[in-house]
Structures are given as C-alpha cells and as structure tokens.
Ligand binder design. Structure first.
Ligand code: NDP
Length: 331
C-alpha cells in the first residue's frame, strides 16, 4: 500500500519535497479490526497547520509518519461485528491506499442515490456541517439579513452562500480569487454579488457590493477580509470565524484587522468555532442538506484529482486556489 509521509516541516508555502511516498505492507485485520480500500482522500486547509510543530486543537503531524486526515473507503475484510465487507466508511487514517485498524475508528455512511460517495467528505459530511452550523448557529443568520462570505467558491463557502439564500437572506455577497470563480458564484452558487479580491482593496469592493452594510460575515480568510467586514458591519452584526487561510502559509503574524475597536460601538460579535463543537447538529444538517441536494435546491461541485501519487499536489493546488468546491483525490 502506498502512503504519504511528512518529510519536512514546510517554511511558508509547502513544496512537493516536504512530502514523501512510502510503500508499506498492510497487516491483515485481527479480531475487532477492519481493512479498508480507500476510494477518496480529503485535502483540507487545516492540514497546513498540522504541518507546523506548534500546539493546536489537533496534534501536529509527526515527521516521517503518515499524514492522517479524512478519507472514505470500502471495507474489504472485517473481523469486527459492526462492519461488513462492502460497507462504505469514513475514517481519519488519511493519505494512503489502504487503512486498517479497530472497527470503532471507522464510521459507516449510507450512499445517497445520484450523489458521488465523495460528498461524504464534503457537503454531506464535515464541510456541510461547517457551513450549516457556522451560518445558522454561530452567526445566527436571520431571514432578511445581508451576508458576506469570503472563500466563497471553496468547499465551505460555496455551501454557505446557498444556505443563506435558502434560509431567507436578503442579499449574499461573496469574494473569491479569480474572475471565473466570481462568475460562478453568481451564475451557479446563488450569490447576488461577488468580487475578486485580487482586483483591489477588499474594503472598497465590499462597500460597493454592500452599500447598505452587512449583518453577517462568514470568515474563511481572515486578514484584510475580516477588516473589511468590520468596517461594513451594521449594528449587532455577527461574524462566524471559521478559518483564516490568508495567513496559513505566513511566517509573520497577520497585520489586519487593524480596526477591531469598531466592534465595540457597533455591538458586533466575532465568534470562532470548530465544526467539532457542533456535532450535535450533524443529523439536522445532513437531513436538511440532503433534502436540498435531492430536490435540486442546492448544487454541489467538487474538484477531483486522480491518483494517490497526486495527493500532495492536490493539497498544494487547493491552498493556491485551483479548486472550485471541495478538493478530493480519487483512488
Ligand atoms: P476551500 O475549498 O475554500 O479551499 C481553500 C481556498 O482558499 C482556495 O480555493 C482559495 O480560493 C482560498 N485561498 C487561498 N489562499 C487565500 C488567500 N491568501 N486569501 C483568500 N483566499 C485564499 O477550503 P475549505 O472550504 O475546506 O475551507 C475554507 C476555510 O474554512 C479554511 O479557512 C478552513 O481552514 C476553514 N475550515 C474551518 C473549519 C472549522 O471547523 N472551523 C472546518 C472546515 C474548514 P481563492 O481562489 O478564492 O483564493
């Protein structure tokens, strides 16, 4: 079985040489264990943080050890009563062709007709829950409100805008890093307005797109996007601080937002959250999102890269914005 190890801790933007592919023997499952052939691997922004040797909410990757993370596969041998050969399972064993371990570390998921199984790594899984809980529970978006989403064409962002509209937002504005993405936000993902943050000041572009200000900001990016949102907030605005990808490769602390004190007078709240804090909403999110998907009210796009050998490249491309929607690797 081929698997990816962390060879070096990246300094700034990771490079292909930071990763090394190893071929290992996969042990046959013993009592209580299963063997899984992976079909899809997830590449996620938070994995960049795990490549640094710093304490965080998830432990850092170890050098010369496999890169663990979200993956989906099919059980091909089972010595565990709870899972049978052929079951589709999610797990956290990460970037490898085969995974084996205690059956309790694998969670069976039900295939949804007409939807790629990879959606369990995205809209039907962690990504969908992040968008749903972040917008509705953390930012507490109400019908009629004006919503701004950064990273809007990515996995989480492309869901947030659509959920906002489905839940009655009066206007949804998105930012993304290319003209093609900006066009898609409006033509496909239900955004009312969108801009390319490379085209000039985020603050100026947001003001033009939201002349009446914003009530909710779903922050995937941090930095100058958060600063612009703080300027644009109306009284009692709320931000769900989901991610800060603009600084994940930085070797210096971020210089923005510089206007934090404005949240006092506006009564604005900025609330950080982790999807894991909202596990109790997983069933509600899956049910509502599943319904929207099957009725065609919610569109889901992913960027699929083929081959385990291309996993680090897919990860690097995702960090650079090559993806639209969720980036996954198909094996
Ligand atoms: P995406 O699918 O959005 O992929 C990352 C995107 O980030 C790229 O496509 C790129 O799009 C954008 N990006 C990269 N660099 C920059 C930059 N300097 N400034 C602005 N945008 C940039 O990833 P996810 O949807 O999986 O994750 C989105 C965010 O949500 C991340 O910050 C992630 O850490 C966070 N997250 C947090 C969770 C939580 O529990 N709190 C759970 C899941 C995700 P572009 O072309 O537009 O630049």
């Amino acid at each position: 079985s081929r698997e990816w190890h962390l060879a070096h801790r990246p300094h700034g933007e990771p490079v292909p040489g930071d990763f090394r592919m190893e071929t290992v023997q996969v042990p046959a499952p013993v009592t209580g264990e299963v063997l899984v052939r992976n079909t899809f691997l997830s590449v996620d922004p938070y994995m960049r943080g795990r490549m640094n040797d710093v304490p965080s909410y998830v432990s850092p990757f170890q050098l010369d050890q496999p890169l663990t993370g979200g993956a989906l596969g099919e059980v091909i041998a089972s010595e565990y009563d709870g899972l049978a050969v052929g079951d589709l399972v999610l797990h956290e064993y990460g970037w490898r062709e085969y995974a084996s371990g205690p059956g309790t570390r694998f969670r069976r998921v039900t295939p949804v007709p007409g939807v790629s199984p990879s959606a369990h790594l995205g809209v039907l899984g962690m990504i969908g829950l992040t968008a749903y809980a972040g917008l509705l529970d953390v930012a507490r978006m109400q019908p009629g409100e004006i919503v701004f989403v950064s990273g809007a064409a990515g996995a989480v962002g492309s869901m947030v805008g659509q959920i906002a509209k489905l839940k009655g937002a009066s206007r949804v504005i998105g930012s993304a890093g290319s003209k093609a993405k900006v066009d898609l936000l409006v033509s496909k993902f239900g955004y009312d307005a969108a801009f390319n943050y490379h085209d000039g000041s985020v603050n100026r572009q947001l003001r033009a797109a939201a002349p009446d200000g914003i009530d909710v900001y779903f922050d995937n990016v941090g930095g100058d996007h958060l600063e612009a949102a703080i300027f644009a907030f109306r009284t009692f605005g709320r931000a769900a601080i989901c991610g800060a990808i603009s600084s994940y490769n930085s070797t210096e602390p971020p210089s923005a937002p510089r206007n934090l004190s404005l949240i006092i007078g506006k009564g604005v709240s900025l609330t950080g959250f982790l999807v894991n804090h909202h596990r109790n909403r997983a069933a509600a999110a899956a049910a509502e999102i599943g319904g929207w998907l099957t009725s065609g009210k919610l569109v889901y796009q992913e960027t699929v890269v083929d081959g385990v050998e291309n996993t680090p490249a897919a990860f690097l491309d995702m960090l650079r914005g090559a993806n639209i929607g969720k980036m996954v690797v198909a094996l």
